[in-house]
Design a protein around this ligand. Sequence first.
Ligand SMILES: NC(=O)c1ccc[n+]([C@@H]2O[C@H](COP(=O)([O-])OP(=O)(O)OC[C@H]3O[C@@H](n4cnc5c(N)ncnc54)[C@H](O)[C@@H]3O)[C@@H](O)[C@H]2O)c1
Length: 475
Amino acid sequence: MKLSVIGAGYVGLTTAACLAQIGHDVFCSESDVEKLAKLQNGGMPLFEPHLEDVIKGVRKAGRLRFGSTEEAIAWGDAIFICVGTPPLANGDADLCAIEVVARAIAKRATGYRLIIEKSTVPVQTGAQLRKHLSVHSTNGLRYDVASNPEFLREGTSVEDFLHPDRIVIGADSPRAAGLLREIYEPIVQQKFTCPIHSGCPKRKDPIFLATDTNSAELIKHASNSFLAMKISFINMVANLCEVVGADVTKVAEGMGLDPRIGPAFLNPGIGFGGFCFPKDVQAFVRIAEKSGCDFSLLKEVEKINQRRVEHFVEKIRKELWVVRGKKIAVWGLAFKPNTDDVRFAPSITLVKALLAEGAAVRAYDPEATEKARAVLPEVTYCTDAYRAAEGADAILIVTEWDEFRQMDWNRLLSTVEQPLVIDGRNVFSPEQISGKGFRYVSIGRVDASPWQAAVGEKIDSSSLRAGNSVQEVPA
Ligand SMILES: NC(=O)c1ccc[n+]([C@@H]2O[C@H](COP(=O)([O-])OP(=O)(O)OC[C@H]3O[C@@H](n4cnc5c(N)ncnc54)[C@H](O)[C@@H]3O)[C@@H](O)[C@H]2O)c1
């Protein structure tokens, strides 16, 4: 089918490339002229595993083109809107970019078009779109508006798109539902040439869930808000563990073994970030408020998350005593591993707080340096994690990139000023790092100093007065 994708960001670019991969003829538009030029010249405006290869393959096969939104509107029988929906100051989703696209479609498209909202939008946006299209349409456009929320995760977006657990569509006419089923049939049947796996691992076929537009829109916000709630929940459990001397890793493991709870999203840390959870929780709260429903549960989820960075900075202060003038190595800036995305990343709030206290920050991220530099110009960016740690009073683990698991700790020991690791993602077990001669502070667990590893000291949680300071336990 001839398909158009509007917006070549993390979602749009993945959508365009994967729809072309499964056999469609896709035209993808982008309004940012630099990004568009890069794509047209075979470059990539963002980092996402496998995506560049998929794009190369489908462009070579002639199934993916990049150009203007006007060209995209003229091209596709179905048009996927994948533009950004950032938060406004009051928490509402900013739908300006969607409105601009809708108006352009109304003014330019002719014949019949299926217009699909893939951007995350508040419930009833589909209804607003229909109204807007009918007001502005000048060429006798006939259309359906459908919702097709996207559940891909940055870092695994190609895999998530091609091997999803579910495809949700919200359509209010049989024609729209039928077209969406046709578009996704190769994925539902898992019949396409997979660009990632030579033989795809056996897994359950995706569920194709068809519903009305309002419900599909709600599914997306409700799903993200629920996952965010799990993260904030385990972060509160982590705080409790720190006070009573329990181990949040074990608590999460014990909880996650219950199939009604499941282990996913029970990793405590310095909080969730990125272009989905923070803004989607806010938008969902606002939707509820405007509908007369008090979703204060989600306001707490947000508050707990906002306090995570401050809680982490408190750990840093406790260890360093005075932060001013200290050299701090920050490992990881992306809001999660395998992406270069720093939007709403906890690292940004953290680094700003450290700079405000007078610390000198040396940061390293395998992919996100360029994007971080644009928002944090005062930081010294290093080409690897060892350089960032040179002369450091503390190494902070902020993003759980795999390469941080493979570090040579003997080498690090000889370059740091103070052997101190404060791990905001619980990448290691306390024994792993304290055994290498470092003091190790993490989230929701008893901290560990090198002497404990040396004497094989067993930590007696009942001997802890409060907090996680084992330094107070006599040797
Ligand atoms: N990033 C994710 O992991 C993710 C996952 C699921 C859903 N979503 C949702 O998908 C939507 C897009 O997210 P994203 O991360 O891809 O954002 P993004 O900012 O990376 O991409 C949006 C792109 O749209 C372009 N754009 C804006 N107006 C345009 C226009 N009129 N014509 C052509 N291009 C235009 C922008 O320049 C930008 O490149 C959001 O609603 C987001 O909530 C994101």
